[in-house]
Ligand binder design. Structure first.
Ligand SMILES: Cc1ncc(C[n+]2csc(CCOP(=O)(O)OP(=O)(O)O)c2C)c(N)n1
Ligand SMILES: CC(=O)[C@@H](O)[C@H](O)COP(=O)(O)O
Ligand SMILES: [Mg+2]
Length: 628
């Protein structure tokens, strides 16, 4: 077993090429076996085994900087850099992170999780290297999906202009999570299909170089001839025009070719783009056959590829309801930035193919595109994960809210998301949307109320409106036959009570309800309120609570700073109710790392017990007995 002897990339360099192929197979077997128990991003990692081996063979990490875009495909890199034995803890609480993590290894020189940042990072590191007159290579591995992200094109532009020595490896497997989309994808397809052009280019270069030096004119003519021929023969012209030397497309599983190409890249002045064609899921039949499903997978049976049946989720309720709403209203359309499957929009797209727009990994464009759809009378539902909405914040403000356009923000993966950890937690959406004028912000207490909020948003025509929901199974509550249109800004008093009011915003209601039930058993009866809206607040109810002397405990699954609890505090401060005790139960000011949602909630204090303890502390006590 070669793999057990690889504890550092230097160990790799002692191997022969045939041994690298043996090692590649061992790595694939390791990935399939380990991830069958832990889950993870199997297909992306199976696709980059040879690429990763040759990068660590050809370069000297960490002196040479290897940067992994998105970083979901860095498991092989982690295996080769001393973390093989940590894989049983992959994406688990206090275990191995599923993305590059600087505190895990010096070989993780840049942390990723959100796509399309690698080229900017590479440019920064190359620029610093040159300023410090250091000598090392900077290599960014970016997928064809991540390349559709605007940041990547901004960085290509900058790198090409400055002619920095940066090596970009484009890992082209024709897939984002879903099949990749866009003109760039089509262009790459043309490059992929021109597989014989490489020899033509080499032949041309070789021939021109053989022309004996015949004075400036002819050599210059030969150079211009070479350049014009390049346009005909070398279809990497897009990258060449960005100032890159384009090499490819080459087989991203052929390690001899990869090593030869990396050698050329190292010797080439200025930025180089190596276009490597790979197969997502390579080496494991179920993942090769369906790399969408196997992009990010839970546990599975290796032999059959069978995966446990998943319980219905908030996303599946969103998925079904979108179809119902679209049946009722032909104006309704859906926009997704490369996440049709994750956002539950595949069935919608199958039924309404002309009304689903997958714009690629392009959240900024998606948001402004949705805004423009709204100007023309359509009802766009912008379906996006909370964490990825962060990419479209200026567009939300400048293009949607300022123009008061009827865009619906369906904010999925809101709250703690579990295994993806800190780069993917849906922590900030409430806070960053709340400060924007004209925004209406909702959050349902359960899957039944999600449907009511979806209906409310679908018919609302007062400007932008949002609802947030978690990456969680549904609670299994009774579903109403019809969808109600909720009164904007009105909360729901779930249960009257005394002394203390627990005011819950969103799906975290489940722990508030659990706490109230536990307190009732002790004879305590706090009021239980389902806020429903963070903006506008139910001011009438808040004033009632103030006037009747309630202590208030707010609870939400999001950042405490700027969230729902902050809104309540601000309201009281701004309306002169200065003596209302308010406690905010939410996520403190730090990044919550990977683990299960349960473990993360316990870590941050989003537990029923925490609420029980806080209510007890506020209840009046006579002779040692907490009064009801
Ligand atoms: C800003 C951002 N948007 C969306 C995602 C979700 N996402 C993770 S991987 C991925 C597809 C990446 O495709 P590609 O770069 O081609 O990598 P591959 O999985 O094909 O290796 C997407 C859309 C993300 N991580 N970051
Ligand atoms: C790497 C990445 O950003 C996506 O693959 C993400 O992990 C998907 O998250 P869900 O599993 O919640 O759809
Ligand atoms: Mg891809």
């Amino acid at each position: 077993m070669l793999l057990t002897n690889i504890n550092d990339p230097q160990d790799l360099k002692k191997l022969t090429i045939p041994q690298l192929y043996t090692l590649a197979e061992e790595i694939r077997q390791f990935l399939v076996e380990n991830l069958s128990k832990t889950g993870g991003h199997l297909a992306p990692n199976l696709g980059v085994v040879e690429l990763t081996l040759t990068l660590h063979y050809a370069f000297n990490s960490p002196k040479d900087k290897l940067i992994w875009d998105v970083g979901h495909q860095a498991y092989v890199h982690k295996m080769l850099t001393g973390r093989r034995d940590m894989f049983p803890t992959l994406r688990q609480y206090k275990g191995l992170c599923g993305f590059p993590k600087m505190n895990e290894s010096p070989h993780d020189v840049w942390e990723t999780g959100h796509s399309s940042t690698s080229l900017s990072a590479a440019m920064g590191m190359a620029t610093a290297r040159d300023l410090k007159k250091e000598k090392n290579y900077v290599v960014a591995v970016i997928g064809d999906g991540a390349l559709t992200g605007g940041m990547a094109l901004e960085a290509l532009n900058h790198i090409g202009h400055e002619q920095k020595n940066v090596i970009v490896v484009l890992n082209d497997n024709e897939m984002s999570i879903a099949p990749n989309v866009g003109a760039l994808h089509n262009y790459l397809g043309k490059l992929r299909s021109a597989e014989n052009y490489q020899w033509a280019k080499d032949g041309l270069e070789h021939w021109l170089k053989a022309v004996p030096a015949v004075g400036g004119k002819l050599a210059n003519l030969a150079e211009r001839f070479k350049d014009s021929m390049k346009y005909l023969l070398v279809s990497g012209v897009l990258f060449e025009e960005f100032g890159f030397t384009y090499i490819g497309p080459i087989d991203g599983h052929n390690m001899e070719l990869l090593l030869e190409t990396m050698k050329i890249a190292k010797q080439t002045k200025g930025p180089v783009l190596i276009h490597a064609i790979t197969k997502k899921g390579k080496g494991y039949a179920p993942a090769e056959a369906d790399s969408v499903k196997w992009h990010g997978i839970g546990t599975y049976k290796i032999e059959s590829g069978d995966t446990p049946k998943s319980a219905p989720t908030y996303t599946s309720v969103f998925s079904e309801t979108m179809i119902q709403l679209a049946d009722e209203d032909s104006r309704l359309v859906a926009v997704t930035p490369a996440m049709p499957a994750g956002s539950g929009l595949i069935p919608f797209g199958e039924k309404f193919p002309d009304r689903l727009f997958d714009v690629g990994i392009a959240e900024q464009h998606a948001c402004t595109f949705a805004a423009a759809l709204a100007t023309q009378g359509l009802k766009p539902v912008f379906a996006i994960y909370s964490t990825f909405l962060q990419r479209a914040y200026d567009q939300l403000i400048h293009d949607v809210a300022r123009q008061k356009l009827n865009v619906v923000f369906a904010v999925d993966r809101a709250g703690l998301v579990g295994a993806d950890g800190e780069t993917h937690q849906g922590m900030y959406d409430t806070a960053f949307m709340r400060t924007v004028p004209n925004m209406v912000i909702m959050a349902p207490k359960d899957e039944n109320e999600l449907r009511h909020m979806m209906k409310t948003a679908a018919v609302y025509d007062g400007g932008p409106i949002s609802y947030r929901y978690p990456r969680l199974p549904v609670r299994g509550v009774k579903m109403d036959a019809d969808m109600d249109v909720l009164p904007i800004g009105k909360a729901e008093i779930v249960q009257e009570g005394n002394h203390v009011a627990i005011v819950s915003f969103g799906h975290i209601f489940e722990i508030a309800e659990k706490a109230v039930n536990q307190l009732q058993e002790e004879g305590l009866q706090p009021m239980l309120i389902n806020a429903r809206f963070c903006k506008p607040l139910d001011e009438e109810l808040l004033i009632r609570l103030a006037k009747q002397g309630y202590k208030i405990i707010t609870v939400e699954e999001g950042a405490a700073m700027g969230g729902f609890g902050s809104a309540v505090l601000e309201f009281y401060a701004n309306t002169g109710y200065h003596d209302v005790p308010v406690e905010i139960v939410a996520v403190a000011d730090y990044f919550v790392e990977h683990g299960s949602v349960k473990e993360q909630r316990e870590e941050v204090g989003l537990t029923a017990q925490n609420l029980v303890d806080r209510v007890r502390a506020w209840m009046p006590v006579t002779k040692g007995v907490v009064e009801a």
